[in-house]
Write a protein that binds this ligand. Structure first.
Ligand SMILES: [Fe+2]
Length: 103
């Protein structure tokens, strides 16, 4: 069982390696997201979980792994925002579209 899991994560890393090595994606190691968790670590956790669930359910696990990594690939750390914005311009409403465009 351990060998199978190890093999699966080798496959996982082959799928996501180009993104993990991307200069822009690596900047997310310095973006705080939820508490002290960085966007990078959060996205990696979401990606791994999505990959595992998709594999188990015999779904498109490659897209799940990639989508999990890029779902929060927004422009800037939202905590750094000092300018007041309208309600529907706040991070919670716009970050998914930014992530989509950046991906
Ligand atoms: Fe997220």
């Amino acid at each position: 069982m351990v060998d199978k899991n190890k093999k699966d994560f080798n496959e996982y890393y082959e799928i996501v390696k180009p993104i993990l090595n991307n200069k822009e994606f690596k900047k997310r190691k310095k973006f705080l997201h939820h508490g002290k968790v960085t966007v990078y670590d959060h996205s990696l956790a979401v990606s791994k979980l999505s990959y595992c669930l998709a594999k188990k359910l015999k779904l498109d696990y490659k897209s799940a792994a990639i989508g999990g990594l890029l779902h929060d690939f927004y422009n800037n750390p939202w905590q750094n925002k000092t300018k007041k914005t309208k309600f529907f311009q706040k991070h919670g409403f716009i970050h998914a579209n930014q992530a989509f465009k950046n991906s």
